[in-house]
Design a protein around this ligand. Structure first.
Ligand code: AQP
Length: 324
């Protein structure tokens, strides 16, 4: 069967970009293949060095996924750090990875451009990601567009390892994009936790309306006709609306006489309605922390069994003896 794997970092609160780019397809795919989804807590260390925040975010990501419909009977759900074998494989991959491959990584260069002071972990992030994917010998990785290059690096490392050590241990995984693969943030740039331009999935009340009303638009006056195609509010509205609602709003943009405030209110209403059920489910899960921990414990056990088998094959292929 096709093995599907993906992860999300507990580097902050999950947002609409994470949902429409990745989580929505993760949930949909759990009815098709053998799915493994994980909370990438080791990855979050590359940008987040506050242990209290990491613990809280990790718990939040677990609650968010379960509330959004991840079914632990269908998909294996675990914390990356509960499968430490992944770090050993990352080391091994780093020794078959050319510097140039990582130096060309766009997501790394973007973070540098945004003024982030890089650590070695941020630079070698794609190597750890390749280890996440390949330690379970996954075939398909559903992600947002920003991650495509990292999957290409993963394929590169799988192929290089197989050739250097003359074994067919790793499949070359494919990526899978949702129809909506690059969700804009409140400033029109890619929505990203580290850019402070997110709309959180589980925000509600005042904080949610404040964020939505703060979305940056052009300075067209109320009576002016407006272009829906270049408007972030419209792009976000389209994620939730039916095709008819979308066309109706587009007509109102073009006709003029509607202010951006009104479009933002319409968007707010859509967000609130769309996540209402998940919000209720999340509230009930918060009251049952034992259940959430148990899901992650069982998931880690399953993932680790697979990881250990892969790692033994790798150790044997690379000239190490079986572990006592
Ligand atoms: N704006 C986006 N549009 C579409 N997909 C997105 N994803 C993230 N932002 C968008 C997808 O969400 C999944 C999980 O992301 P992640 O947290 O592992 O890493 P990320 O891509 O780096 O997400 P952020 O919010 O941008 O986090 P920071 O700022 O911490 O780096 C991935 O599949 C991603 O494609």
């Amino acid at each position: 069967p096709t093995r599907i794997l993906s992860g999300v970092q507990p580097s902050g609160k999950l947002h609409l970009g994470n949902y429409f780019g990745a989580i929505r397809q993760h949930i949909a795919l759990q009815n098709t293949g053998e799915c493994f989804y994980f909370i990438a807590d080791y990855h979050s260390m590359t940008t987040l060095q506050d242990p209290t925040a990491r613990l809280a975010n990790t718990r939040d990501v677990a609650l968010d996924y379960l509330a959004l419909g991840l079914d632990p009977n269908k998909a294996t759900f675990y914390r990356q750090s509960d499968v430490p074998e992944v770090c050993e494989l990352a080391w091994i991959f780093s020794t078959v990875c050319n510097m140039g491959l990582l130096e060309r990584a766009v997501s790394y260069k973007d973070k540098l451009d945004k003024g982030l002071e890089p650590n070695v972990g941020l630079f070698s992030y794609p190597v750890l990601m390749a280890a996440d994917i390949l330690i379970l010998r996954s075939h398909l990785v559903p992600v947002g567009k920003d991650q495509v290059q990292h999957i290409e690096i993963t394929r590169d490392l799988a192929d290089r390892f197989n050739r250097v050590y003359n074994r067919e241990i790793f499949p070359l995984p494919e990526y899978r994009l949702d129809a909506e693969s690059r969700i804009p943030g409140t400033d029109g740039e890619k929505m990203s936790k580290s850019y402070g331009n997110t709309i959180e999935i589980f925000a509600e009340g005042k904080p949610l309306s404040k964020t939505v009303m703060g979305i940056v638009t052009d300075s067209a006056k109320l009576e002016d006709p407006k272009n829906p195609e270049t408007c972030t509010v419209f792009a976000l509205y389209s994620l939730f609306a039916t095709p008819l609602e979308r066309e109706q709003l587009a007509d109102r943009y073009r006709a003029g006489g509607m202010g951006y405030g009104e479009a933002k209110k319409a968007l707010l209403g859509q967000i609130e309605a769309y996540f209402e059920e998940a919000r209720e489910k999340r509230k009930s899960l918060v009251r049952d922390p034992g259940y959430v921990e148990e899901v992650l414990r069982v998931g880690a056990k399953k993932a680790r069994e697979v990881a250990k088998v892969t790692l033994e094959l790798v150790r044997e292929a690379t000239g190490f003896i079986a572990r006592p």
